[in-house]
Design a protein around this ligand. Structure first.
Ligand code: IPE
Ligand code: IPE
Ligand code: MG
Length: 242
């Protein structure tokens, strides 16, 4: 891979589809939950690395709106881990100057988890070092559908471009710039109903590394790859990155 100084062209927002926990565990003859535990460790590690590398927004896909299809026992384990993560990580994130935001439909999450989320968001709301966005019970189509339902009646009279702005302001990611770089681990190359609207012009990097093994070096490699990309946004020439 071509080595480029990532300081020159750095993504403001990195979004990650953290995939491969189950396969990581299977390869070791361990139960899937062991992979999820290591996956939570990786999330912790990569959040620290992203902050150190100057990434300002980091979105982590933790649980999709389709992940409820998994066996109940696995869903329960994932929820248990999420509780544990929120309890143990909130203070750490706050110490690092990180702001936590959660996107996704909270109504299906247990009320104690919703409470932990609300507490974490309130505690960290003024932090500016990095914004960590956890996507929990998130679906890109659901995000778009709920935004459509929130549109004011006057929206139908807007010109398409103006409507796009109003529409984006009703998405769960309101106030967060679109991802510049989307990383998916574990060799899968699909978007799995992640940030559909928001990833319109995201650069995509796919790596075979399984999420529990993902570390700062892998993140740096993805940033290096990003720095080689020529983003044109439909134009014929490169659009200057800030
Ligand atoms: C990602 O790992 C974690 C979640 C989707 C919650 P997987 O559990 O999807 O791992 P694989 O894809 O089965 O290896
Ligand atoms: C996507 O991974 C969701 C998360 C990483 C949270 P999945 O493992 O659920 O995606 P598919 O089913 O392989 O597309
Ligand atoms: Mg998977």
């Amino acid at each position: 891979m071509q080595q480029v100084d990532t300081k020159q062209k750095k993504p403001l927002h990195v979004a990650i589809i953290m995939d491969g926990n189950g396969r990581w565990a299977k390869a070791r003859g361990l139960p899937r939950v062991a992979g999820h535990k290591q996956g939570a460790e990786a999330a912790r590690r990569v959040t620290t690395a992203a902050a150190e590398l100057g990434v300002k927004y980091l979105t982590l896909f933790g649980f999709s709106s389709e992940n409820w299809r998994r066996p109940e026992s696995e869903v329960n384990e994932l929820m248990k881990l999420l509780r544990h993560y929120l309890r143990s990580e909130t203070a750490e994130l706050h110490k690092k100057g990180a702001r936590l935001r959660v996107i996704g439909d909270r109504t299906r999450l247990d009320s104690d988890i919703v409470e932990l989320i609300e507490q974490a968001e309130a505690l960290t709301q003024d932090n500016t070092e990095i914004t960590v966005i956890m996507a929990l019970n998130y679906g890109g189509r659901q995000d778009i559908a709920q935004a459509a339902l929130k549109l004011p009646p006057e929206a139908k009279d807007l010109a398409p471009e103006a409507l796009e702005d109003v529409f984006a302001a009703n998405l769960m990611t309101v106030g967060i710039p679109d991802p510049d770089l989307l990383i998916r681990t574990s060799g899968e190359q699909r978007i799995s109903n992640f940030l559909l609207w928001q990833c319109a012009y995201a650069e995509m990097v796919f790596t075979d590394t399984l999420w529990p093994d993902f570390n700062k070096k892998d993140l740096l490699a993805a940033l290096d790859e990003y720095a080689t990309r020529d983003r044109r946004f439909g134009d014929t020439k490169s659009v200057k990155q800030t």
